[in-house]
Design a binder for this molecule. Structure first.
Ligand SMILES: *[C@@H]1O[C@H](CO)[C@@H](O)[C@H](O)[C@H]1NC(C)=O
Ligand SMILES: [Zn+2]
Length: 423
């Protein structure tokens, strides 16, 4: 067997283990103090280490899951390379199980009515989110419209909500926002719901954002993955879609929807191996969910000025390109808008967002939705990575949701104001 073949087999076995639970898995925070260490950590991400966050910025911490099988070689590496590190959690399985139990208790104590405003004191299911936007359209029929734009692989309905000021002026400019590309990033739909609440329910305070612009919002791009992460402890940190793919006799689920777009697809920073978290898919737009986003982008492109996609975590405001180190010709416009968001947040709360092109701030990754939107004609295209919380970074406790989403709104509002001023 070739070295690569052997490696792939071992990697496959490690992934099977991960599917069975996270008993004894640890989470480390590692912080590179020079570029060589940053490169080394990035290399680990290509070798079967599951990074919950990964930065190439010196001094910027990353989080990585370390399995019991990886532990001794990982610790040796840290020591040899003098990489600054901190053990954040020594039994991921137990921590996730406890968080699930708490969530279930909260659900029993405060059940959902499904009508009226949604509070920011908990996370919602895809169905609850869909019911909420339907209810908004029923309550504000002059200003709010809901449209079915497609179906997920497992046939869940995918809807957009369009929020206007009700003046029915055709062909207004558009801000297109989406959330929940990645299943485990629960703060993403929470933040998108808060934006919807502000624009629809707090219309009077935000009418300036709707005077010349309509907002088209897709809260849950990846409902199958999102629902999967709510099923139990093993699934909580699942990232991808849910279409099954065969690999070395086993079935692995999903492609990374944010590597599946047909723009320099799978050239860099994506994987061709179905069991890897950044699997690009067997071909561009293999996932019905990315087809939905693509078609929306094209249908809005002549009116669309800003595309904004909400992820977590790491506090970044990223713009194209992700597929190359080069910057687009109009990068200064992108930078101006992203900085407006970062500056507003820092002024309000002190939280610092790193601003820059995806490749220069994070790492090279082709086939992402922000590159595609920019290529499709949106003048401004930004990926926002919100704050992390909880032990994995993907599970801020429910008590933190309000703080996170109100902070996010400050940034989004400032970016929208800048866009409206510029275009
Ligand atoms: C996008 O920017 C170009 C100039 O860079 C401008 O001509 C065009 O009108 C802008 N598009 C929209 C929809 O405002
Ligand atoms: Zn993401």
């Amino acid at each position: 067997m070739s070295r690569l073949g052997l490696f792939t087999l071992l990697f496959g076995l490690a992934l099977v283990a991960a599917e069975q639970g996270y008993e004894g898995y640890r989470i480390y925070e590692v912080t590179p103090t020079n570029a060589a260490q940053g490169k080394l950590l990035h290399g680990l991400s290509q070798q079967g280490y599951d990074f919950l966050s990964l930065s190439r910025l010196v001094g910027h911490p990353s989080r990585v899951i370390v399995s019991p099988a990886q532990l001794s070689s990982f610790e040796e590496l840290l020591k040899e390379q003098l990489i600054s590190n901190r053990l954040l959690n020594d039994n991921l399985g137990a921590t996730i199980a406890m968080e699930f139990a708490q969530r279930q208790l909260q659900r029993r104590l405060s059940p959902i009515t499904g009508k009226g405003r949604l509070s920011t004191d908990r996370y919602y299911t895809h169905e609850e989110i869909t019911n909420y936007i339907d209810d908004l359209a029923a309550r504000y029929p002059e200003r709010v419209y809901v449209k079915t734009v497609g179906w997920s692989y497992e046939k869940r309905i995918i809807k957009t909500i369009t929020i206007t000021n009700g003046d029915r002026r055709p062909n207004k400019k558009v801000i297109f926002m989406d959330g929940t590309f990645h299943a485990r990033e629960w703060i993403s739909p929470a933040a998108v719901l808060y934006v919807i609440d502000q624009l629809a329910e707090q219309f009077d305070q935000n009418a300036d954002l709707l005077k010349d612009y309509d907002w088209v919002i897709l809260p849950v791009v990846n409902p199958d993955g999102y629902e999967h992460t709510q099923k139990g402890t093993l699934a909580r940190i699942f990232r991808k879609t849910r279409q099954p793919y065969k690999y070395l006799g086993q079935t692995c689920y999903g492609a990374d929807p944010n590597r599946n777009f047909d723009f320099h697809w799978n050239e860099e920073g994506a994987s061709s191996t179905p069991c890897v978290d950044t699997y690009a898919g067997p071909k561009p737009f293999s996932e019905p969910e990315t087809v939905v986003v693509r078609d929306l982008m094209h249908s809005l492109a002549d009116r669309g000025v800003m595309y904004l996609t909400i992820h977590s975590f790491g506090n970044y405001l990223l713009y194209p390109w992700g597929w190359t180190n080069d910057l687009p010709e109009t990068w200064m416009d992108l930078d101006e808008v992203a900085k407006a968001g970062g500056d507003a947040i820092e002024a309000a709360t002190g939280t610092v967002y790193a601003v820059g092109s995806s490749t220069n701030v994070l790492y090279i990754a082709a086939g992402a939705s922000d590159d595609y939107a920019f290529y499709a004609g949106f003048n401004i295209s930004i990926t926002m990575e919100l704050s992390g919380g909880g032990i994995t970074g993907f599970d801020p406790p429910a008590s933190k949701i309000d703080e996170f989403v109100t902070e996010t709104w400050i940034g989004i509002r400032a970016m929208a104001e800048k866009v409206i001023e510029k275009y």
